[in-house]
Ligand binder design. Structure first.
Ligand SMILES: Nc1nc2c(ncn2[C@@H]2O[C@H](COP(=O)(O)OP(=O)(O)OP(=O)(O)O)[C@@H](O)[C@H]2O)c(=O)[nH]1
Length: 310
């Protein structure tokens, strides 16, 4: 499917205080796209939050909250700031255009509408949105296993650290390392090693399934799980599930000192983030220390550590 084909199915949010304009745009765009509409700024923001449209067509002049304010509110909201906005306006002076672009609009559609121009602009911006989504996905995903990569984990860790600090809730991290993976590669070959990494990643994804949880490949044969709002006990339950799930894969490993099959070792650390408490990086370091302990004590097990100032 080409990018343009994909753009055909995009979800649009049309915001206009005049029903007549909504009807015209719906008529022009409704066949190719899923169309939502709102007649004021507050409703527009509510729908954007609920339905995450791919593109917003926004009337510049509306009573109470105008298009510029809606655009500014979208840009100020982390989850919504990447949704492209096209201003729909009868105002066409260079000052109006500048103001809209400065507010964060990507383009204009002028009233009265020209059907062909509306369709073409919407298609172009949906195509660009699809491409930038795909690009972002690539930069955040580990190519071998399909789980998040380290960069994606670091971003999530920073965000969740702040979120948990605000809500005074715990944040847990589990570092996971496949046992004797060098020997596995030596015994079965690097390609089999790659397959093993994929299988283990896939099994672990199922073990940390709550929405904010994030499994990432931290590097080589090391993985990490971020568990926002999870206490040490909660993280321990996830670690137990992972140990069991990897054992159940029953991937033979004749060179391992930890068993006949592939196993993992895990290190858990938990903190309620607060000012003056250890920082996000040391949360990971402490989990890594616990992982080292688990390795030293025989592998195929987990260990829990505490952050110094918890
Ligand atoms: N097949 C494959 N192997 C990888 C990949 N990334 C890292 N490795 C291998 O993973 C191995 C990690 O070895 P070590 O760090 O010595 O650890 P280990 O053998 O797992 O031993 P312990 O951690 O002490 O149980 C190295 O041989 C790396 O080459 C990968 O993408 N694919």
């Amino acid at each position: 499917m080409t990018w343009t084909d994909q753009a055909r199915n995009g979800r649009l949010l049309i915001v206009d205080d005049a029903m007549e304009n909504i009807q015209i745009l719906n008529h022009v765009l409704g066949e190719e796209h899923e169309v939502l509409f709102a007649m004021n700024g507050v409703k527009a923001l509510e729908l954007a939050r609920q339905h995450r449209p791919d593109l917003i067509l926004l009337d510049a002049v509306m009573p109470e909250m105008d298009g510029y304010e809606v655009c500014a509110a979208l840009r100020a909201t982390e989850d919504l700031r990447d949704i492209p906005v096209i201003f729909v306006t009868a105002l066409t002076t260079p000052e109006d255009e500048t103001r809209a672009l400065e507010a964060g609009a990507v383009d204009f559609i002028t009233k009265p509408f020209n059907v062909a121009v509306v369709r073409a602009r919407v298609r172009t911006h949906l195509t660009l949105k699809r491409q930038s989504d795909a690009m972002r996905e690539l930069t955040l995903t580990d190519a071998l296993t399909g789980v998040a990569n380290r960069r994606s984990f670091n971003d999530a860790l920073d965000n969740e650290w702040r979120r948990c600090a605000r809500s005074h809730t715990p944040l847990s991290v589990i570092m996971i390392d496949i046992d004797h993976f060098k020997l596995y590669n030596d015994a079965y070959g690097h390609q089999a090693g790659d397959i093993c990494l994929r299988q283990v990643a896939n099994a672990m994804v199922q073990c940390a399934g709550r929405t904010p949880d994030l499994l990432a490949r931290y590097g080589g044969e090391e993985f990490v799980i971020l568990l926002p709002q999870a206490s040490a006990e909660g993280a321990e339950t996830v670690a137990q599930r992972i140990l069991a799930a990897v054992r159940e894969l029953a991937i033979p490993h004749r060179m391992s000192s930890a068993g006949d099959t592939v196993t993992v070792s895990l290190g858990i650390s938990t903190i309620v983030p607060a000012e003056g408490s250890c920082d996000a990086d040391s949360l990971v370091r402490v989990a890594d220390g616990a992982l080292y302990e688990a390795k030293k004590e025989g592998r195929n097990r987990y260990r829990i550590a505490r952050c110094a100032q918890e």
